[in-house]
Design a protein around this ligand. Structure first.
Ligand code: NAP
Length: 320
């Protein structure tokens, strides 16, 4: 039988690693199931591994690279005794105690973990276009977060892909910096709410490119434009942009908890009383429960909340 850990943390973005720092400092010896290299990132560490400069994380006056920030979080957690398992959780059983977590190393003797308390911080991922050039140029002029990266495109011509509220919100936000923002949408009607549409139509910096799909993100070491096709005429075009924002929606990484944790209609895990979930002893933080703010700093803050909630719950249950 595997050892029973007081706290297992699933996920290693700002939320999970902050939870690790706090629970480690509370002497709970957390084990972080940190994920593994994926098609878009060669290291675990969440969405910040896909960004370059982070200029809005407090305390870093001159900014810091996303991967370096996550490495610092991880080193800080390790310093206080957190340990790491570089695998993905593939299955969990929250119906009996201790909770059981299976990871993807099926033939490894210590592939499974048992935990008295579980902190879920598995994050969310942006939906992507899945076209050539996209994963290569992510973080090099291609972004999924206007709040994070808009500042780098002052007086430049950039594009936003999408037609929902996120795309419109990002496009409007980006007009604070950019010279023009071209909104590229695959249909002629926006999906966004009427009020957001009215704001976008009233904004002189936003140019609309209707009935248009992206074939390729073009650029050598950084984005130089998009190759597009008009779906009505079939005409192909090359458009020059120094920045492209993909805003076609997000999906929370909550699938592994299907049928065990309550989620909202979009799959985000529901919280009650801070970070608590419908299963006692399971706490949730970061983007897997937040579809509104989605910032490193808010994720880190919620990781701290989950750690404190878990610590108090363990103590009340006699395991503190
Ligand atoms: P969304 O409403 O699902 O819209 C996604 C948009 O991306 C749609 O216009 C869709 O086109 C387009 N799209 C999807 N896949 C595509 C692809 N492969 N290629 C090209 N285009 C693609 O997602 P969202 O905008 O992220 O919004 C999610 C939820 O959050 C919504 O309920 C929204 O109201 C809410 N939200 C609210 C606010 C606000 O109130 N301020 C801000 C952001 C989000 P089609 O239209 O053709 O399907």
């Amino acid at each position: 039988m595997p050892d029973i850990h007081d706290v297992v943390i699933l996920g290693s973005g700002p939320a999970g690693l902050t939870a690790a720092i706090y629970t480690a400092r509370a002497n709970l010896k957390p084990v972080v199931v940190e994920g593994e290299p994926s098609s878009t990132s060669d290291q675990p560490g969440g969405q910040l591994m896909l960004t370059t400069d982070v200029e809005n994380y407090p305390g870093f006056v001159d900014g810091i690279m996303g991967p370096e920030l996550m490495e610092r979080f991880r080193d800080q957690a390790a310093r206080f005794g957190a340990t790491f398992v570089t695998r993905k959780a593939t299955q969990v059983d929250l119906s009996s105690r201790p909770f059981r977590i299976w990871t993807d190393a099926a033939h490894d003797a210590d592939a499974d973990l048992e935990a008295r308390a579980l902190i879920v911080s598995t994050g969310a991922r942006s939906l992507m276009l899945n076209v050539p050039g996209e994963s290569r140029l992510l973080g090099h002029g291609l972004s999924t977060c206007a709040t994070c990266d808009g500042f780098f495109f002052r007086e430049q011509d950039i594009a936003v892909v999408g037609g929902g509220d996120s795309a419109i919100e990002e496009a409007i936000f980006l007009t604070r910096f950019a010279r023009t923002v071209t909104l590229i949408h695959r249909r002629k009607e926006l999906r966004a709410s009427k009020i957001m549409q009215d704001r976008a139509f009233a904004n002189e910096k936003i140019v609309f490119r209707w009935d248009t799909v992206v074939n390729e993100v073009v650029g050598d070491t950084k984005v130089s434009g998009l190759s597009v096709t008009n779906t009505i005429t079939g005409e192909e075009d090359k458009l020059a942009f120094s920045g492209v924002f993909v805003a076609i929606g997000h999906v929370p990484n909550s699938g592994v908890f299907d049928g065990q944790l309550d989620v909202d209609e979009a799959g985000y895990i529901r919280t009650t009383e801070g970070s608590r979930t419908n299963v006692e002893g399971v706490f949730v933080c970061g983007d897997v429960q937040d579809h509104i703010y989605r910032q490193a700093i808010t994720a880190a803050g919620s990781g701290c909340m989950a750690a404190i909630d878990a610590e108090r719950w363990l103590e009340a249950a006699g395991h503190g």
